[in-house]
Design a protein around this ligand. Structure first.
Ligand SMILES: Nc1nc2c(ncn2[C@@H]2O[C@H](COP(=O)(O)OP(=O)(O)OP(=O)(O)O)[C@@H](O)[C@H]2O)c(=O)[nH]1
Ligand SMILES: [Mg+2]
Length: 399
């Protein structure tokens, strides 16, 4: 799974990316700092099931601390856009192609309104971040539309205009963008274009189709960043109402990054996404660090419960993309794999998945040889139509 961090230039994309990955990336208060994309691993957080069994898990990937399991997810931080990017303004939008394989986007906006349309710093509240949501949608739509236009002539020529052929031709041309037949059929149906020959589509229909496909295949959650700045909350309340079609999470990437770095150097004990932290080495904290921690506590954690950064990633995976987490094990009494690792894996599967889907996710061979699945909690054999639940622990038997 790949989640892309996108947005206007200079609003905190790399800060949010760094807070989630602790990768060494450049952050600076000026436009177009990031040019080449940054790849990294972030972690979604779930309450681990190991404590239900009074055992300690041995994660093969990710980690487990204070009873929370952190499951890896790939992240990509790209260059920032400005309005008119599809016409070449700023750095243009060519780099969006790096995001073709993304399953979902985290769209970062500066909710404090202190970054103007060119990515320059302005007094808080003097720029309306609602503009960024609108212009950004437009840039993404134009991106899909330009891809569609490029391939348009080619596939009107190739297809013999039968319905199935049209769907397949579109899927083929959009295949690098994780678009499948169902996505195309749904978009065609919604726009009532199922039976209209491609060659006869108007410019408007082409554009609307590209937009519809973009919306369904690149879903987006909004990270309302810089919530720590005075006046940001009022903007957040207003924008949440205006854009009720989106999940918008108030967050402070800068505060989360400060907490994670202080935790990495063992100055504090902090579990990402939690409400509080505990100072471990008071004597090693500088006055500036003490003031920063006090600021985070009073202005972010006590007001919003968390910095919001972990919530953004969790919600992107569990609510936007509709995944659930399942623990596969080989030994049903010890909850281990063949090497005695306790609850070694957490596999993310789509809601509605069945045991056989899990088997294929683990390995094609296991899918091919799937015989039955056992629910570890009840020790019962599951029917083949059983729908997996979040945090199920499953043993797959093969033949
Ligand atoms: N107050 C506040 N400042 C933040 C926050 N997140 C980022 N910043 C500041 O915003 C500025 C830009 O941060 P970056 O992460 O470099 O922004 P970007 O969106 O990656 O920018 P480009 O790569 O240039 O497009 C830096 O000065 C950050 O310290 C936040 O949550 N609160
Ligand atoms: Mg950046």
């Amino acid at each position: 799974m790949l989640v892309g961090v996108i947005g206007k230039t200079n609003i905190g994309k790399s800060t949010l990316f760094k807070a989630l990955t602790l990768a060494d990336v450049e952050i600076s208060n000026r436009p177009f700092v990031t040019i080449k994309p940054n790849h990294g691993t972030g972690y979604i957080k779930i309450k681990c099931v190991d404590s239900d069994f009074k055992i300690k898990c041995d994660p093969k990937h990710g980690y487990c601390e204070h009873g929370f399991r952190f499951v890896p997810v790939e992240l990509l931080d790209v260059a920032g856009l400005v309005p008119g990017a599809h016409e070449g303004k700023g750095l243009g939008n060519q780099f969006l192609d790096d995001l073709r394989q993304a399953d979902a986007f985290i769209h970062v906006i500066d909710i404090s309104g202190s970054t103007n349309d060119q990515g320059e710093t302005v007094p808080p509240g003097s720029y309306d971040p609602a503009n960024d949501i609108k212009f950004f949608e437009h840039e993404l739509d134009m991106w899909y539309y330009s891809i569609f236009q490029k391939i348009w002539k080619k596939f009107t020529y190739q297809t013999n205009q039968e319905k199935e052929d049209m769907v397949k031709a579109i899927v083929k041309q959009f295949s690098g963008l994780k678009v499948d037949e169902d996505d195309v059929k749904r978009a065609l149906k919604k726009l009532n274009l199922q039976s209209k020959k491609l060659i006869g589509w108007s410019e408007k229909e082409l554009k609307n189709f590209a937009i519809e496909l973009r919306k369904s295949t690149k879903q987006m959650i909004i990270a309302a960043n810089k919530i720590d700045v005075k006046g940001a909350y009022e903007n957040f309340e207003r924008i949440k109402k205006e854009f009720s079609q989106y999940t918008i999470i108030p967050c402070s990437a800068e505060c989360e990054l400060a907490l994670r770095e202080a935790s990495r150097t063992k100055l504090i004990d902090y579990v990402p996404g939690e409400k509080g932290f505990r100072i471990l080495q008071e004597d090693k904290l500088t006055e500036k660090q003490k003031r920063a921690l006090e600021f985070i506590k009073n202005n972010v954690l006590e007001k919003y419960n968390t910095t919001g950064v972990q919530d953004v990633l969790n919600k992107a995976v569990f609510e936007l993309l509709n995944y659930i987490a399942v623990y596969p094990v080989e030994n049903e009494s010890r909850l281990t794999d063949s090497r005695n690792n306790v609850l070694p894996d957490v596999i993310l599967v789509l809601k509605g998945s069945k045991p056989i889907d899990l088997a294929y996710k683990i390995h094609t061979d296991i899918g091919n040889k799937f015989n039955c699945a056992i629910d570890i909690r009840t020790k019962k054999r599951l029917g083949k139509d059983y729908i997996l639940k979040n945090k199920d622990i499953i043993k797959i038997n093969t033949s």
